[in-house]
Design a protein around this ligand. Structure first.
Ligand SMILES: *[C@@H]1O[C@H](CO)[C@@H](O)[C@H](O)[C@H]1NC(C)=O
Ligand SMILES: *[C@@H]1O[C@H](CO)[C@@H](O)[C@H](O)[C@H]1NC(C)=O
Ligand SMILES: *[C@@H]1O[C@H](CO)[C@@H](O)[C@H](O)[C@H]1NC(C)=O
Ligand SMILES: *[C@@H]1O[C@H](CO)[C@@H](O)[C@H](O)[C@H]1NC(C)=O
Ligand SMILES: *[C@@H]1O[C@H](CO)[C@@H](O)[C@H](O)[C@H]1NC(C)=O
Ligand SMILES: *[C@@H]1O[C@H](CO)[C@@H](O)[C@H](O)[C@H]1NC(C)=O
Ligand SMILES: *[C@@H]1O[C@H](CO)[C@@H](O)[C@H](O)[C@H]1NC(C)=O
Ligand SMILES: *[C@@H]1O[C@H](CO)[C@@H](O)[C@H](O)[C@H]1NC(C)=O
Ligand SMILES: *[C@@H]1O[C@H](CO)[C@@H](O)[C@H](O)[C@H]1NC(C)=O
Length: 557
């Protein structure tokens, strides 16, 4: 199941040791320009309320931003020619609500046949600070890493501008805009700070998050290094330096340094951590010598925050782990790999033990929440639902457990396939530390030595416990205590899981009450399918005119 070629194995060991990888797989494959790639989205492994690429392989979210007209732009690390990592481009999709995505043409292509376009970010430039936008307020600039492996291995930062609201980009003539002579220097994330641009970018293997400033996105000056902090793992990647609103305190915020590491996660492979602090436009200073994990499972990596979301902070994770991402099942007919996690609103809340931490809540789900399938309130009791006729095979469970005066009892959820007998289960044990757990080891569609089956965390609570569970074919996300903890796990069943039970009990003679509601979720892909079941994507702008990306695909056509 996970036999890999030596080249792919090398890639998996060090995600960006590209030379070996490319010599075997980066052939001159056909990569379409100016038109979205079509995809089959109805296979039983395809998430229905999450984004996944039409075909090919996806990893990190890139260039996340919201246009002033409200459109959310998601770009992503994309290999359009294979279902494993490599041949990196920027795929693109747009959404009015962060659930329903329209596939757009590939936005950024490699410069030549010995380079890749790696992770980066995007900003809107309403004041024309860059000078690229003589007569418009909706200019977009993408800032990204060019990774070259011939004549030498080098990673530099480059920019490209879009005059049509982020659909097509023209690389800047004087790229790169930042070259430190390093072969491990990547993933620039740019924000505006009062009167200048700020970039945070990783010297990955030196464990440095470097901060640069710029008046115009073209010339960058080193401001400070934030270095050797927290959990190093074997590489720092995808740093974000962003302002996070404080829940319940209008207009108040704090800064966050958010870092992804790979490999070296405590649970294995890739993970992310953050620390809160102050930022004066040049230097980040943490409040305490601490880090926190925003996700307690294994499949949330390379998160990026959206740019231009005044008053809120919104991120998207790549819902996978480099330990096994190139080996997971793709489905019988679809030829795609990897999904994005659900967009999350991040805000600072108070944890009873830890104090200020960043809470993760699902972004407003009203666009996809459908019918109530069941709801009930009980002490000892259970709820069983057969949701085989829910087309999306996706549901939302919400539960509140109240009057938890006694350290006893538990609540569990189980998703079962009546055909194969496989099941995914999890829950909470009210024992003071309140162990929260999940077990995907009884799912039969994927075996891998690093695909951890049992996962857990713990959460101090008062007398009330809340949990939301978003279940979507091959992805399950949990949100605990209004987002004080969150998780993202993939699972790959042989048959769809269509029976849900929620069970509470063991509370002894207490007054503990569990109230549960289960609702179905709408498929965001089905309305886009044509008669043959294919989603073709959109042409949001006039792709036949202006400067499309044709010339940057040289070497791949
Ligand atoms: C490919 O493009 C990169 C970035 O401009 C450049 O450094 C490199 O020399 C080019 N490689 C070749 C073989 O032309
Ligand atoms: C744009 O200009 C306004 C007015 O000078 C300023 O307040 C704002 O910070 C600037 N924003 C950006 C992104 O350039
Ligand atoms: C934008 O910048 C360019 C280059 O500096 C300049 O030619 C143009 O007039 C500017 N446009 C506006 C509206 O400021
Ligand atoms: C910042 O870190 C980079 C990468 O390690 C290093 O080359 C540079 O000298 C550092 N700058 C300062 C001012 O410490
Ligand atoms: C749960 O069941 C136990 C044992 O049957 C009983 O003592 C207890 O009162 C029940 N608790 C609730 C909350 O119904
Ligand atoms: C939930 O599952 C755990 C672990 O299997 C078990 O110990 C507990 O009794 C279960 N709780 C209920 C209410 O079934
Ligand atoms: C349950 O509620 C009753 C009535 O309010 C109260 O007398 C009793 O002490 C409560 N039991 C526990 C274990 O808190
Ligand atoms: C849980 O409590 C919240 C806040 O009181 C409420 O809005 C929600 O409807 C409750 N959910 C259930 C399933 O009882
Ligand atoms: C698209 O561009 C072509 C070529 O410039 C032009 O003829 C056509 O009118 C444009 N269509 C729209 C809808 O703008």
């Amino acid at each position: 199941m996970w036999a890999t070629s030596p080249a792919i194995a090398a890639f998996m060991l060090s995600a960006y040791t590209v030379a070996e990888f490319c010599s075997t797989t980066c052939t001159s494959a056909e990569v379409p320009t100016g038109t979205p790639i079509a995809g089959d989205y109805d296979g039983y492994l395809r998430p229905q309320v999450h984004f996944s690429p039409p075909r090919g392989f996806m990893n990190d979210p890139n260039g996340l931003h919201r246009s002033d007209d409200g459109t959310w732009h998601l770009y992503y690390q994309y290999n359009p020619t294979d279902t494993v990592a490599g041949n990196q481009h920027w795929g693109h999709a747009t959404s009015p609500d962060l659930y329903s995505w329209t596939n757009q043409p590939i936005a950024l292509y490699p410069v030549n046949a010995s380079s890749f376009i790696f992770t980066g970010s995007a900003v809107t430039d309403p004041n024309n600070t860059s000078g690229f936008f003589p007569d418009q307020q909706d200019g977009v600039v993408a800032i990204y890493t060019i990774a070259t492996y011939e004549p030498i291995e080098l990673q530099t930062q480059a920019i490209a501008y879009s005059r049509d609201g982020g659909y097509t980009f023209t690389p800047y003539d004087n790229n790169p805009v930042l070259d430190a002579g390093s072969s491990n220097f990547r993933d620039p994330k740019v924000v505006w700070y009062e009167d200048h641009w700020v970039m945070v970018v990783a010297f990955s293997q030196e464990f440095v998050m470097a901060i640069y400033t710029s008046p115009d996105l073209k010339s960058w000056t080193h401001a400070s290094n934030f270095t050797q902090y927290g959990l190093l793992g074997l590489q720092y990647e995808c740093p974000n330096l962003v302002e996070i609103p404080i829940d319940g305190e209008e207009g108040q915020s704090t800064w966050m340094m958010f870092v992804s590491i790979n490999p070296g996660a405590p649970l294995g492979g890739s993970t992310s951590w953050y620390t809160l602090g102050d930022f004066d436009g040049y230097t980040f200073t943490p409040h305490a010598n601490d880090i926190h994990f925003p996700d307690w499972s294994k499949d949330a990596y390379a998160a990026q925050f959206f740019y231009n979301t005044p008053g809120e902070a919104v991120l998207v994770n790549w819902a996978s782990n480099w330990q096994y991402t190139n080996a997971v099942p793709t489905g019988p007919k679809e030829e795609w790999r990897s999904s994005m996690g659900q967009a999350r609103r991040i805000s600072i809340k108070q944890d009873p033990r830890l104090g200020a931490i960043a809470a993760s809540e699902p972004y407003d789900m009203s666009p996809v929440v459908d019918e109530e399938l069941a709801s009930d309130t009980f002490g000892n009791g259970s709820l069983v639902i057969d949701f085989a006729d829910v087309y999306s095979n996706a549901v939302l469970i919400e539960m509140n457990v109240t009057n938890l005066e006694v350290l006893a009892g538990s609540v569990n959820y189980t998703f079962l396939s009546p055909i194969s007998g496989e099941y995914l289960t999890g829950g909470v044990l009210f024992n003071g530390n309140n162990d929260i757990w999940q077990d995907r080891s009884h799912i039969k569609g994927f075996e891998h030595p690093l695909f951890t089956g049992k996962l857990s965390t713990a959460q101090i609570i008062d007398d009330t416990f809340t949990m939301q569970v978003v279940f979507d074919r091959t992805l399950i996300e949990t949100y605990i205590q209004d987002g004080l903890q969150a998780s993202t796990s993939t699972f790959f069943p042989e048959e769809p899981l269509t029976i849900l039970s929620v069970k509470a009990g063991g509370y002894g003679a207490s007054n503990t009450t569990t109230s549960v509601r289960v609702r179905s979720l709408k498929s965001v892909w089905r309305p886009q399918e044509d008669d043959a079941g294919i989603v073709s994507g959109g042409y949001a702008k006039n792709m036949t005119s202006g400067h499309n990306s044709q010339r940057y695909s040289a070497g791949w056509q």
